[in-house]
Design a protein around this ligand. Structure first.
Ligand code: ADP
Ligand code: MN
Ligand code: MN
Ligand code: MN
Ligand code: MN
Length: 370
């Protein structure tokens, strides 16, 4: 390895063409590499590890329960460190291809109780209770691409790019940074079966968004977590880092959110606007509870983002309006005109746990919890 190359990130320095030779090797038909993926003790970051199976699994219940060293992920003490992985959803593996799988898992402690950052089991209970109302979600995941030095991708190393304006949905080498990552991620999501519905470049340069949905019930959280895993993994291939920080650059730069579009069967029916209005009324009474649930630090992360500027509402006030991007809840123009459809909750932070957000919305709107 020459000097120039040894200074580079080791992932970048390896030769992807050489790797491809090995990825194309035939492996025996009944062998399957199953990459188990889980949310770690931060409630934000993902971890993964692989095992070989001697069969090709079709549903999560066929997969063995596994474990990992929870003391290395903020999920257990060193003296009692085994944490269990319970498979809950299977996806095709867009990296290893063939029969190989990505396996989304819940985490359980030695005593078979869920770990503190396992938010899925509660969400699943809530979704079962509200199943007859067919809750649908569409989440808009905003994120920022960084260089390996944590500097936003494509930004001048000393200073800032020109002010916001030309970048949103932009085109051209001076308007958008990192499109290769976005394209590769979109295709990878489609390959796995994740219900990805679109992408766009965002207002701040190097900031992007993808949308997942509409998804019913628990599938929303499952698909979004796996889509986040794919995003980090795809970016790794390009030697780029992804951050879900809700305000990566302080000052006159847009933050990142996870707008959550929501509807029930009632809202999607003729004159469903009445149900949408009643849902907004319920939401207005528990604003603080929702803010607490809308980032992994009880509202602290969103304090930096929900300032009332940069297309956000103030974290302290609840508001709703048709086509209003400065409100907590926006009723899309088309929904107001047709009197049926969905509402958009603009408050969730980009690093929010989709299980917690979907759980909270359903408890307030469908189960009438205060
Ligand atoms: P915005 O105009 O806020 O940028 P997007 O187009 O980014 O909106 O995202 C809209 C999201 O709303 C998509 O993920 C879509 O799947 C979702 N969506 C559409 N209809 C419904 C519905 N009836 N219920 C829930 N989500 C929906
Ligand atoms: Mn070991
Ligand atoms: Mn959007
Ligand atoms: Mn957006
Ligand atoms: Mn939106």
């Amino acid at each position: 390895m020459n000097y120039q190359r040894s200074k580079m990130n080791p992932n970048q320095g390896t030769n992807k063409t050489v790797l491809d030779r090995y990825l194309r090797l035939d492996i025996p038909d009944q062998k399957c590499q199953a990459m188990y993926v889980w949310v770690d003790g931060s409630g934000e970051n993902l971890r993964s590890k692989t095992r070989t199976l001697n069969f090709v699994p079709k549903c999560p219940s066929e997969l063995p329960i596994w474990n990992f060293d929870g003391s290395s992920t903020g999920q257990a003490e060193g003296s009692n460190s085994d944490v269990y992985l319970y498979p809950v959803a299977i996806y095709r593996d867009p990296f290893r291809l063939g029969n190989n799988k990505l396996v989304l898992c819940e985490t359980y402690k030695y005593n078979k109780k869920p770990t503190d950052t396992n938010q899925r089991w509660k969400c699943l209970e809530v979704m079962k209770k509200a199943a007859d109302q067919h809750p649908w979600f569409g989440m808009e995941q905003e994120y920022t691409l960084l260089d390996t030095d944590k500097h936003p991708l494509g930004w001048p190393k000393n200073g800032y790019p020109g002010p916001q304006g030309p970048y949103y949905c932009g085109v051209g080498a001076n308007k958008v940074y990192g499109r290769d990552v976005v394209e590769a991620h979109y295709r990878a999501c489609l390959y796995t079966g994740i219900n990805i519905s679109g992408e766009n470049a965002e207002v701040m340069p190097a900031q992007w968004e993808f949308q997942v949905g509409p998804c019913e019930g628990i599938t929303m959280g499952d698909d979004l977590w796996m889509a986040r895993y794919l995003l980090h993994r795809v970016a790794e291939d390009f030697n780029v880092v992804v951050t879900l920080d809700p305000k990566p650059i302080p000052g006159d730069w847009n933050g990142a959110g996870m707008h959550t579009n929501f509807s029930t069967a009632g809202m999607r029916s003729p004159n469903g606007i009445l149900e949408i209005e009643s849902a907004i009324e319920k939401l207005s009474k528990v604003h603080d509870k929702h803010i607490q649930a809308y980032d992994p630090h009880g509202g602290k992360d969103n304090e930096r983002r929900l300032t009332g500027r940069h297309e956000t509402s103030s974290i302290h006030d609840f508001s709703a309006g048709v086509a209003n991007r400065g409100a907590s809840i926006r009723i899309p123009r088309g929904v107001a005109e047709e009197k049926t459809g969905y509402l958009e909750d603009r408050r969730p932070s980009s690093n929010a746990d989709p299980y917690v957000v979907s759980d909270r919305l359903v408890r307030t709107i469908c189960l009438n919890e205060q």
